[in-house]
Design a protein. Sequence first.
Length: 132
Amino acid sequence: MRTLTVALFASLAFAPLAFASAASAAVTVPFDQAQFAAAQAAGKPTLVEVHAWWCPVCARQSNTLKALSARPDTANLTIFKINYDKQKDALKQFGVQRQGTILGFKGATPTGRIDFKTDRDAIAALVDATVK
């Protein structure tokens, strides 16, 4: 019983650290024009990820973005996810021709674009250019 009590106490002692690291990660939200415009007006770093549920390239890009989003320097980054199949107006707004597109912005200033590529280094470079 003593071992269980010590283990429970230890897990509770480290619980705030788990929440602190989650709070320092980028946030991914569904694309909303008003929220995106507000983030740009505030000068925040943003990525626009054009995603289709059926696209293997999109899945790999999302996994890479999720891993990169855990970095402390991405705490202020918001990733706006456009549904390729349902948000056609947003695709037109950004000049997107196909799924698997990632666009970076620092405020309203573009920081880069990736079209249908899964190269981790290229995606990391776009994230770096956007958050730094």
